[in-house]
Design a protein. Structure first.
Length: 318
């Protein structure tokens, strides 16, 4: 992606760099160019945190005008204890942003407070990279897509699906705007072509593709072992623990993440420069989210069944 205002950063001299760590007072309209300027001059990644979701979306869009290496880290649109999975697009954006922060190349990730304080899944976020002319065992690619949570179908029609026909693999990466068709010659990737779902006809070609995990929570051996322990420690949720122990993914799996992940957030995962915008409002938003989760737990704890944790003793998402 081309950032149309990159040339503006040439005027962002080192004399404009704020103290790190320190406080810097700027108008909201200048946040994007200052963040891009800091990343450009320091060569370090930046995690910018703002109070609200809409603010984060707007700032991420503004930053993309100045830096081609920028990402938006959204929060799940689901509520704690709501047994519904976040959308594939939301999870894909989060995975891509987390992976970008782990990369040595400098990047800018914009997050809301809600996204920043959310407990992270231990599932790896690295993509499967495929490139033309590179030998990549065909069977390993098929197995790798399944391990990344992609659902095998006869015909790819939506994100998170893949299909195999002879030496051809069709896949719709969850972070991509469309599916791709990967032609193999033996174990070598011969050609990668985007195609249309409506006609299944390919158009043009690309040199490579990254396929990120199809979800934030993949059932690992560690999760399965922990589920077996929970069947003894927390029998009220045995029906859920049993499904996880058997490796069965189901809608709403992500809502059980607090029982399987340590209290680690994006702030613990990255060594990027953290820029907290509007600190007082951000702190207030943080307190509100924690309070809202506690209120939800109090309202719902009576429906969790006999032996379920009392309100306040559950593992929190925030």
């Amino acid at each position: 992606m081309v950032a149309p205002l990159t040339s503006v950063l040439e005027r962002f001299g080192r004399d404009l760099l704020p103290p790190i760590p320190g406080r810097y007072v700027i108008a909201p309209a200048l946040r994007a160019v200052v963040l891009a300027g800091i990343a450009e001059r320091t060569g370090r990644s930046i995690l910018a945190v703002v109070p609200g979701e809409r603010e984060a979306e707007d700032l991420a869009e503004d930053v993309s005008l100045f830096s081609p290496e920028s990402h938006y880290l959204p929060a799940w649109e689901t509520l704690p204890f709501e047994h519904v999975s976040p959308s594939l697009t939301t999870m894909a954006d989060r995975i891509v942003a987390r992976h970008a922060l782990s990369d040595p190349a400098a990047t800018i990730v914009v997050s809301s407070v809600r996204a920043a304080i959310q407990r992270l899944s231990p599932t790896p976020v690295a993509p499967l990279h495929l490139a033309c002319g590179v030998e990549t065992p065909f069977d390993d690619v098929v197995a790798g897509l399944a391990d990344l949570g992609y659902r095998r179908t006869d015909r790819v029609e939506g994100k998170g699906e893949f299909a195999v026909r002879g030496g051809i693999v069709d896949v719709y990466p969850t972070q991509a705007s469309g599916p791709v068709r990967i032609d193999f010659w033996g174990d070598e990737v011969e050609e990668i072509r985007p195609f249309l779902i409506s006609t299944q006809r390919s158009e043009g070609s690309i040199s490579g593709v990254d396929v990120y995990p199809a979800g934030e929570v993949m059932i690992s051996d560690e999760m399965r072992s922990r589920a077996l322990e929970l069947m003894v420690e927390e029998p009220w949720g045995s029906a859920t623990w049993e499904r996880i122990a058997e490796g069965i993914r189901f809608p709403g799996l992500e809502s059980w993440l607090p029982w399987f992940a340590s209290r680690k957030t994006i702030l613990d995962e990255t060594d990027a420069i953290v820029v907290l915008c509007d600190p007082e409002r951000s702190r207030e938003r943080c307190r509100d989210l924690i309070s809202e989760e506690a209120d939800l737990a109090e309202a719902l704890s009576g429906t969790w069944g006999k032996g379920a944790p009392d309100s306040g003793s559950h593992p929190p998402l925030y």
